[in-house]
Design a protein around this ligand. Structure first.
Ligand SMILES: Cc1cc2nc3c(=O)[nH]c(=O)nc-3n(C[C@H](O)[C@H](O)[C@H](O)COP(=O)(O)OP(=O)(O)OC[C@H]3O[C@@H](n4cnc5c(N)ncnc54)[C@H](O)[C@@H]3O)c2cc1C
Ligand code: SF4
Length: 495
């Protein structure tokens, strides 16, 4: 603990950001990392708790008090090494993680938590600026071959760990670029894509091969990916060529809203809309013309995906942006802190919300109206959430006479993802599912990350269900260790 009285002397610092009016004119990142002295001051706020709840709140168990102290002492090099011990890609999480560590920070009980994420951001950016991050090829090769299906954060973390353990790793990706939802879900203004390319180069130098435009399984596995120029590989062929296979294909089945008018033009899934903008930013030509410009946009669903639709629509120049959430508005401050150190239900305002949107809670969408096959309006109603005294369960009831109509030219469905796509790859292998429809695999014990099929492992959203980048990295790392143990009888990879 660098400064015993730091938490009494210094305040939490917000990272500087470009003003909203300016940043909506472009798709670049607009948050600046802390200056060295600011990061040191923030590190000084850490109390080096006997039980560091922050580490437990962090899915990759980042060794937070240690790097807080090292940054306070301006020992950036060791801070970077400590950060990399638990996280392959801190430049991703330092930008887009919702920071469950901060909710779990002891200071959060009666003060503002330590700005852990801002310190992580500063350390990793400094590490790259100083040229301290270089490939770490394995000293010995094992001669074992592993195929990883899916190049999202789970697949990338898994592949990097396995390559560093000396295995020959090939990552198969049906899309034209590596990164999964980091590449084609999360907008550039939250995380620029050269950050992925830089890690891919590092991984290639460590021996990982990437085969993009290569779908494992039949065309049913494509899920919206343009089938032109995509090669298909059968999983049996992979099992013949590789000693182990990891499925890390994400949770790609979006939740639909089967109400009257759903078929109208202009009503689409968020993931039909968001990737197009990432492609335009990447310089792709002949991207489908689906724009929010000059339109009344309604986003249905209040999570990260919905928020990204808000930010992208504002950048397109939408006439209005409204976001609906079925659940009631959460309290601005968690009441009585009943769940610390866990994730509390409280109102969260993203940077995209700051840029402008009407947010409305306890709203159910009943039908869409249209003309000439195109959506023109949306009919919604207010709902109340009531506890059933008999069962103790909360039920939703429509408020009589509360129906209202809003003009709508573009409706983006952002209500989450049900589970991975079963048709294609997963059904073709015949993998068992858990009760939520995710690929069934435990995370502990001798069968950790093993699916119901011999030599096939699963990690990330495909196993866990729709989640976060930091959970995907954790699963990728832990799965790599399980695969290494399976191949070698033991593993020195960290869990
Ligand atoms: C719009 C949006 C915004 C989000 N914002 C955030 C955020 O701000 N912070 C955060 O922490 N989380 C966020 N998330 C969640 C986060 O992106 C995911 O939890 C995370 O990317 C899951 O990683 P994954 O590697 O398991 O899967 P994915 O990232 O989904 O990657 C899976 C990859 O597998 C490929 N694939 C699938 N099947 C096959 C096949 N048969 N053959 C070859 N390739 C295949 C897919 O093309 C994809 O590239 C967001 C999600 C969305 C949709
Ligand atoms: S819980 Fe907060 S104050 Fe305690 S060690 Fe972690 S970051 Fe520091």
């Amino acid at each position: 603990m660098g400064k015993v009285t730091g938490f009494l002397e210094y305040q939490r610092l917000q990272e500087a950001a470009e003003p909203t009016q300016q940043r909506v004119k472009h798709y670049r990142e607009f948050v600046l990392h802390l200056e060295d002295e600011e990061a040191a001051e923030q590190g000084a706020r850490c109390m080096d708790c006997g039980i560091p709840f922050c580490m437990n709140g962090c899915p990759v168990n980042n060794i937070i008090p240690d790097w807080n102290d090292l940054v306070f002492r301006q020992d950036w090099r060791r801070a970077l090494d400590t950060l990399h011990q638990t996280n392959n890609f801190p430049e991703f999480t330092g930008r887009i993680c919702p920071a469950p560590c901060e909710e779990a920070c002891t200071l959060n009980i009666n003060n503002d938590p330590v700005g852990i994420k801002s310190i992580e951001h500063a350390i990793i950016d400094k590490g790259w600026e100083m040229g301290w991050i270089s490939p770490q090829p394995a000293a010995h090769r094992t001669g074992k071959r592993v195929a990883v299906i899916g190049s999202g954060p789970a697949g990338m973390a898994c592949a990097q760990q396995l390559a560093r353990a000396g295995h020959d790793v090939v990552v198969f990706e049906k899309n034209d670029r590596v990164g999964g939802l980091l590449r084609y879900g999360i907008p550039d203004f939250k995380m620029e894509k050269w950050l992925i390319d830089r890690r891919v180069q590092q991984m290639q130098a460590e021996g990982v091969q990437f085969r993009t435009r290569t779908c494992v399984g039949s065309a049913a596995s494509l899920q919206g990916v343009n089938s032109d120029a995509v090669e298909h590989v059968a999983v049996e062929a992979l099992l013949g060529d590789f000693d182990a296979v990891v499925v890390a294909g994400g949770s790609e089945q979006p939740r639909d809203l089967p109400i009257p008018g759903r078929e109208l033009n202009g009503v689409c899934f968020a993931m039909e809309f968001l990737p197009l903008q990432n492609r335009r930013v990447a310089g792709d030509e002949s991207v489908r013309e689906l724009w929010a410009s000059g339109r009344h946009v309604i986003v249905i669903g209040g999570g990260d995906t919905g928020s990204d639709c808000v930010g992208t629509s504002n950048r397109h120049g939408a006439k209005s942006v409204t976001q609906f959430e079925l659940l009631p508005m959460p309290p601005r401050i968690e009441q009585g802190n009943p769940v610390w150190p866990y994730w509390p239900a409280k109102l969260r305002t993203s940077s995209s919300h700051e840029e402008g949107a009407t947010r409305d809670w306890s709203v159910t969408t009943k039908r869409f109206k249209g003309e000439n096959g195109r959506v023109t309006a949306l009919i919604a109603a207010r709902v109340e959430w009531k506890k059933d005294p008999a069962t103790g369960q909360t039920r939703m009831e429509e408020v009589p006479g509360s129906e209202f109509e809003l003009p709508a030219d573009l409706v983006l469905l952002a209500m989450g993802f049900v589970n991975p796509v079963h048709q294609g790859l997963l059904d073709e292998i015949g993998l068992a599912y858990d009760p939520r429809g995710n690929v069934a695999a435990a995370t502990e014990g001798e069968t950790a990350y093993r699916t119901s099929a011999d030599r096939i492992f699963a990690a990330g959203d495909m196993r866990r269900g729709q989640s976060l980048v930091v959970w995907a990295i954790r699963e990728g790392r832990q799965c790599a260790r399980a695969v290494d143990e399976f191949l070698m009888g033991m593993s020195t990879l960290p869990r």
